[in-house]
Ligand binder design. Sequence first.
Ligand SMILES: [Zn+2]
Length: 155
Amino acid sequence: MADALVSPYGYTTIVIGQDFVCSKEGFRAQKYVHRKDRVLPPPPVTRRKGCQAKIRLAQRDGLKWVVTKFVKEQNHKLMNPSKVPWWGSGKHLASEDEKDKRIRGLSLELHNVRQKCKRRCAAYEEQLNIILKDLERHRAHVKKSFRYSSEHKRN
Ligand SMILES: [Zn+2]
């Protein structure tokens, strides 16, 4: 997620972050369980338990990733680590090689996201400058017409 917020003080704050939530977060809405057009069998109803555990990362200054929120309490029993699939990628447990590959892939992705953010940031700055210029022009115009009308009154 990336949002540009223009604060009332005129500067732009870019907020970039990512939430990692527990797979048992939230509850599956009943409409998904009972929908009539369902093709696949309904998912096991016990999977989601409204768990609040999460970790939130946010990017500061477009460089540093920091943990801004960490809820470690799980409201359910944890899976045995040996049974946890690597990012649900399939039936097989991932090898160290695959994990390395995955991490390399994610690092590259992060790098690309950063580049994209930089470009977006430049675009926002340009937009902001256009708005500021417009504002300046508008202000000059208002000043001029004010001067005109007060001179007009005097004559
Ligand atoms: Zn949990």
